[in-house]
Design a protein around this ligand. Structure first.
Ligand SMILES: [Cu+2]
Length: 69
């Protein structure tokens, strides 16, 4: 079990955004669980084993339509 990573996310406006980002993050085999919240706008990510590089996490967030902040 690795330490969870919390990252701020810009551009989320509703629960649909929260679900969309959660879905994209949890589709990554490297991510065990993603807990996304609007208030505050962030994602708390638990990894399966080794954490993903920051650049890959940022790419997933952008793929979901949001911006890592
Ligand atoms: Cu939304």
């Amino acid at each position: 079990m690795t330490t969870p990573l919390t990252i701020s996310v810009a551009g989320m406006t509703c629960e649909g955004c929260v679900r969309a980002l959660t879905r994209v993050l949890e589709a990554s085999p490297a991510i065990k669980q993603a807990t996304v919240t609007l208030e505050p706008p962030q994602a708390r990510i638990l990894f399966q084993a080794a954490p993903l590089p920051q650049a890959e996490i940022n790419a997933l967030i952008r793929q979901a339509g949001f911006e890592p902040a």
